[in-house]
Design a protein around this ligand. Structure first.
Ligand SMILES: Cc1cc2nc3c(=O)[nH]c(=O)nc-3n(C[C@H](O)[C@H](O)[C@H](O)COP(=O)(O)OP(=O)(O)OC[C@H]3O[C@@H](n4cnc5c(N)ncnc54)[C@H](O)[C@@H]3O)c2cc1C
Length: 498
């Protein structure tokens, strides 16, 4: 049991927390990290975004910072704190350089850079922010989280797992002086003091049904499941209890990959049901129709836009349709980030086929010799589906999507059987609205004044995203958590005025 006093306590041992702890320890602080779960090593993401890192400069990538700030702000319709976006743009390179030099290189791992993030259309403007943790440029290093935790331990950081923050402790001047925690194994509750600050890095709230109902109820219609079961929002709630404020409006990151059985009713899914299947192909802009068999939007939109669009469609689910020829030409779609074909560690064509075959065996993906048979298996109106595909094929021949504006390079006709189809809804990766913070990562109270000694970073902090995730700036969520975690660790251990 811990009953000690530390300079800095970090709550949450994941992407934001491990970077915050290392930065605070580098500044000489005695640092404790707690996490309510028994481990965090598998939470560290291997493709990360950034601007101006040494790895990018070496690869000849020069991102126009002003244009990127403008893009991210415009994407959120300015429902963000632009200073925070500027802070990320100006500091993510330093975070990546530190990661590569201090954590990866000692293990012969480095950051591999992809330069070709470009699209033709307005909604698909993209920036080459992608980097990948890789040892050999052909595969991902999924173990680097262990290297980061090891680096922390070498810096003297103490990790205590299975220990949950319940409340923040404040003195009579409302200054945060420590935390009250529960040992998840013994149920014992006790207090730990923090001399310089508490940094909340507790992630989102997507697994807390009551909070989703309160702050982001449309997630129940957009998502068939959440894949972040730890996200109970308890860090956000603890800060609100002592007078902090949070974003007024919701933000989230949703994958268009939640493959569900034909006939699924959305009101019986989401966090009530955990046995979801992931269809990676869902993030490719193939033909997608609603449950009436009609095409309803430009499939080339960022991956969350499809799920937004489904709010206006019957049953809130889409059905993706393709044939063998489409599958063999997947590289023509030139998708980015975690949907990039064959990106180190992400599915190549053969692995995509394996994923589909396993979903066929599970009865989730349907395969048929004709469109009419496919329609029957997918419970779609036969005539309408045939009509939709005929129209789509005509647009493919003309190489111009006058109906919804998909790029010519992404128009591939669906002509020859076998034909395939799968019903898809959203998979919530994380909620992204959170506690209001300033550009020193200090949590703000209801008068927009910093709460002394309280910091937040990552998905429990807000002001950075609004509405949907801008996936055309690949790796942004993980990088936002790491960059702001690192800054929070620095600010918590330096003079407030410096
Ligand atoms: C499947 C998946 C793949 C992803 N891939 C990528 C990617 O490739 N690139 C990318 O940039 N982003 C990716 N993301 C998003 C990225 O993982 C998150 O944005 C990032 O993890 C956020 O980091 P965080 O530290 O803020 O929160 P989290 O990673 O959610 O960590 C929060 C931690 O706090 C702990 N915690 C919560 N409450 C308490 C409490 N009360 N007391 C103690 N501990 C608590 C939790 O147990 C958890 O360990 C992915 C997300 C998912 C789900």
């Amino acid at each position: 049991m811990l009953k000690d006093e530390y300079d800095v306590i970090v709550v949450g041992a994941s992407n934001a927390g491990a970077f915050a702890a290392a930065a605070a320890a580098e500044n000489g602080a005695k640092v404790l990290v707690i996490d309510k779960m028994h481990s965090s090593v598998n939470l560290f993401r291997h493709w990360l975004g950034g601007v101006g890192s040494k790895a990018q400069t070496k690869a000849g990538i020069n991102i126009d910072k002003a244009k990127l700030i403008e893009f991210l702000s415009a994407f959120a319709q300015d429902n963000v704190n632009q200073r925070l976006i500027k802070t990320w743009v100006n500091n993510s390179g330093e975070m990546l350089d530190w990661l590569e030099k201090e954590v990866l290189k000692p293990h012969n791992v480095h950051l591999y850079v992809e330069p070709d993030a470009k699209y033709e259309t307005l909604i698909n403007k993209a920036f080459p922010t992608e980097l990948h943790v890789s040892a050999d440029d052909t595969s991902s290093d999924f173990t680097w989280g262990e290297y980061l935790l090891e680096k922390n331990r070498k810096l003297g950081v103490e990790f205590v797992y299975s220990t949950k923050l319940e409340h923040l402790l404040v003195d009579e001047k409302k200054k945060v002086v420590g935390i009250s925690v529960k040992d998840e194994t013994t149920s014992e509750v006790y207090q730990v003091r923090a001399r310089q600050g508490v940094i909340l890095c507790t992630g989102g709230y997507g697994a807390n049904e009551a909070l989703v109902q309160k702050w982001a109820p449309t997630l129940f219609k957009k998502c068939v499941c959440t894949v972040s079961p730890r996200d109970d929002g308890s860090g956000i709630v603890a800060a609100l209890e002592i007078g902090a404020t949070k974003d007024d409006e919701a933000a989230s990151i949703i994958f268009d990959r939640g493959a569900v059985p034909v006939g699924t009713n959305m009101s019986t899914t989401y966090i009530k049901k955990w046995d979801y299947k992931s269809c990676v192909l869902g993030s490719y802009p193939l033909l997608k129709v609603n449950l009436r068999g009609e095409r309803f939007f430009n499939e080339s939109a960022p991956y969350q836009f499809a799920m937004n669009s489904l709010l206006h469609q019957p049953g809130n689910l889409e059905v993706m349709i393709w044939d063998e020829n489409t599958l063999n030409n997947l590289d023509a779609f030139h998708t980015l980030g975690c949907a990039r074909l064959g990106w180190p560690g992400i599915l190549g064509l053969e692995q995509q086929k394996e994923n589909i075959n396993s979903l066929i065996e599970d009865g989730i993906v349907k395969k048929a010799a004709s469109i009419s048979e496919l329609a029957e298996k997918l419970q779609l109106p036969k005539e309408q589906l045939q009509k939709t595909i005929a129209r789509y094929n005509q647009l493919c021949v003309e190489k111009k999507d006058v109906d919804f504006g998909k790029e010519a390079s992404r128009l591939i006709a669906i002509e020859q059987g076998p034909f395939y189809g799968v019903t898809i809804g959203g998979m919530l990766l994380a909620t992204l609205d959170g506690l209001r913070v300033n550009d020193k990562m200090q949590v703000l109270d209801r008068n927009s004044m910093p709460i002394t000694n309280l910091y937040a970073a990552g998905n429990c902090s807000g002001g950075f995203f609004w509405g949907s995730y801008p996936d055309r700036v690949p790796g942004l969520t993980g990088s936002h958590a790491m960059t702001f975690g690192r800054l929070a660790g620095k600010y918590a251990t330096q003079d407030a005025d410096s």
